[in-house]
Design a protein around this ligand. Structure first.
Ligand SMILES: [Zn+2]
Length: 479
């Protein structure tokens, strides 16, 4: 009877050979470097474009390897296959954004002798996780002459980091009795930027400073005269370091993200911990699949499409609900195959909505339905439907397509698992799958399982990383 029963395979057992272990470690090292470097959608798209340009991709849609970025936050890359576009494209979609804290447009304030930046959180965060930890600033400020200034601070050794101060336990009595929702007020998520005041003679360089360079003799009265001396000092530093003035912050996108590198986790170093693995793990793996180990020309045209704004509903011109994807395919059609209809391409295309899946949490197994829950180390996880409250707003992948995919992976000996997100009515979530399903293509969610999802330090398994890279390669290359 046992052969009739399905048993999921642990990838560590499947990939136990010396060669596989070496490949797993090599891939993990490259991924850790990528994750350390790419903490915003812009940094991610920059990395992707750099790697693809090096491999000969360009914005010339008349060639066979095209690369079309949008606003530095979304990108589509395609490589022409042997068969016409009318036979469909093999597409991998993923998202470049992650939950974090954005600076407000008027960020700077000074209160109780501390200079702070006010924030507006982006995406689904658990607010308490962002207090009392080192943060780095990443982003751009665009001047009114159009010059874009890249800002990254708090990542290199010797650079200062930033933080949000948390309430001391001695004064947290009332907060302890509140619900999580009440206890952590988004308007109190203010980032400590500094606390040294600017003295008047520093603001007016012509005027002589006092002893020790501190201006202390004459400074007290001068400081009282200045309205916000700490904020003034922050502006002085921002100007010296990045050449920006306060008004430039109104046309800026500054993000506070966890400072420091992604790391190996565990005594056996079998896990990877880092910020933004949802969904940069899939951006990285899809890119790897496109660039490593594919024949010069696969059967179908292959494309990667990476979008921003997934964490806030896929809205905006760089989100998956925009027309960008459509414009890109129309462009390819015009240059490669003018007689083929857009609808014909879409209806014969196959897609993977490459997004992470919730791994069963060893401390909260009761929130998952064991039979239909993903486990770390069991390979890429297919999710037939997402949504919530009775599959509402779900892409529900067709069984014919799932059968084709599992046949593909089974023949290649790549382990995979099938799961759904938590118990029914426990919560739920969505991905970009439904936005592309509307074109008529076959599409399903698939990606590695993640522990501590949406936290500042998400965890993935090295062996899932490896198995998923093989699965994506198999998919792009399939007949
Ligand atoms: Zn995601």
């Amino acid at each position: 009877m046992s052969s009739l029963e399905y048993t999921p395979k642990n990838c560590w057992e499947v990939y136990a050979s010396g060669k596989d272990i070496r490949d797993i470690e090599n891939l993990a090292a490259r991924y850790i470097a990528f994750l350390t470097r790419c903490k915003t959608e812009r940094e991610t798209v920059d990395y992707v474009c750099g790697a693809l340009r090096e491999a000969g991709f360009s914005s010339d849609t008349g060639t066979d390897k095209i690369l079309l970025p949008l606003q530095g936050k979304a990108v589509l890359a395609a490589r022409r296959g042997r068969q016409p576009l009318a036979r469909g494209i093999h597409l991998i979609f993923a998202h470049t954004d992650s939950p974090r804290l954005d600076f407000k447009q008027h960020p700077l304030q000074e209160q109780s002798s501390v200079g702070q930046a006010k924030t507006h959180y982006y995406g689904g965060i658990r607010k308490y996780q962002w207090f009392a930890r080192p943060l780095a600033l990443h982003g751009v400020a665009v001047k009114d002459n159009g010059e874009s200034v890249r800002i990254v601070l708090g990542e290199e050794a010797g650079e200062p980091v930033f933080t949000i101060a948390d309430l001391l336990p001695h004064l947290a009595g009332k907060q302890m009795d509140q619900s999580l929702r009440e206890a952590f007020d988004a308007e109190k998520m203010n980032i400590v930027l500094g606390h040294r005041p600017l003295f008047k003679e520093e603001a007016e360089p012509g005027k002589k400073r006092g002893k020790n360079g501190s201006g202390k003799e004459s400074s007290k009265d001068d400081k009282d005269e200045m309205k916000s001396p700490i904020k003034a000092n922050l502006l002085r530093i921002l100007h010296e370091r990045f050449g920006v003035v306060e008004e430039d912050l109104y046309s800026a996108e500054l993000q506070a993200v966890p400072a420091g590198p992604a790391l190996e986790v565990g005594l056996d170093a079998s896990l990877i911990g880092g910020f933004g693995q949802d969904d940069r793990i899939n951006v990285f793996l899809a890119l790897e699949a496109m660039l490593q180990g594919l024949p010069e020309q696969a059967a179908h045209t292959q494309a990667l499409a990476f979008f921003d704004k997934e964490e806030i509903g896929s809205e905006g011109s760089t989100g998956a609900k925009s027309r960008f994807f459509e414009y890109c395919v129309q462009d390819m059609l015009r240059r490669w195959e003018a007689e083929t209809l857009f609808a014909e391409v879409m209806l014969s295309s196959r897609g993977i909505s490459a997004d992470v899946h919730a791994a069963t949490d060893p401390d909260w197994p009761d929130l998952h339905e064991k039979l239909n829950a993903a486990l770390l180390g069991y390979g890429p996880c297919f999710c037939k439907f997402t949504g919530s409250r009775g599959k509402y707003e779900a892409n529900d992948a067709h069984p014919e397509y799932i059968a084709w995919l599992r046949g593909l992976l089974n023949r290649a000996g790549i382990p995979w698992q099938m799961a759904e997100l938590g118990k029914v009515d426990q919560g739920g979530g969505g991905t970009v799958a439904m936005h592309f399903a509307r074109y008529g293509m076959n599409i399903i969610d698939c990606g590695p399982a993640v522990l501590s999802m949406h936290s500042p330090f998400e965890l993935t398994s090295k062996v899932d990383l490896y198995a998923t890279s093989l699965a994506f390669r198999e998919f792009l290359n399939a007949e």
